[in-house]
Design a protein around this ligand. Sequence first.
Ligand code: C5P
Length: 238
Amino acid sequence: LTKQDLLYKGKAKEMYSTEDPEVVWVHYMDQVTAFNGKKKVQMSGKGAANCNISSLIFKDLTANSIPNHFIEQIDDNNQLVKRVNIIPLETVVRNMASGSFERKFATEHLMKFEKPVVEFFYKSDELDDPFINESQAEALGVATPAQMTTMITIALQVNKRLKNIFLNMNIDLVDFKVEFGIDGTGNLILADEISPDSCRLIDKSTGNSLDKDVFRKGLGELVPVYDEILDRLKTVEA
Ligand code: C5P
């Protein structure tokens, strides 16, 4: 299959049609953004790191029977995925308090939760991705309660698996975001990417952030950090 027409250009990826109507070509760009695109920088090697990381993680999820859109990796910056209709919700799972949770509830930084916390945010740049609950999403026609129950179940399965993978990499998984879509046969599956752009990862030995917080907070060079994640992931997924 080859790359055809540009379907969609996001903040970190471009999606292209292919000769197969059920298959989409994803190109990971060398661009990083934060604060809903307000901070934006070109960064050589960033797309490759995320494409490689996301491909390895989706392969692992497939091997663990967690339904997702990943088909295959083409090269360092490109993947083929199943075409889905994206549900405009971001599903966030948290194992420890950080980011918007910590700000909202004034908790201790990295306070550990007994059980993972699941939250939904409505994907809207104009509205700054507001928090949304199940009945609000149903009222807006964004997702049905049954779909949201499935999303919570899958997100928690992903959390179990990711926590384990990162633990083997000497990393605490603080939180992460996933997105879902409906495929051609009506199944609800994981879509988008799973990478240090969408996870908070803390090195267990040093306490250092190994994710996009390095960029958000201006803590240093981002690409070497993502390459470090990729190296450790390759050793545990070998
Ligand atoms: O900012 P907040 O604490 O709500 O983020 C929770 C998790 O979701 C973090 O891992 C963050 O990287 C991810 N996230 C994301 N895309 C967004 C918002 C949050 O990947 N638009």
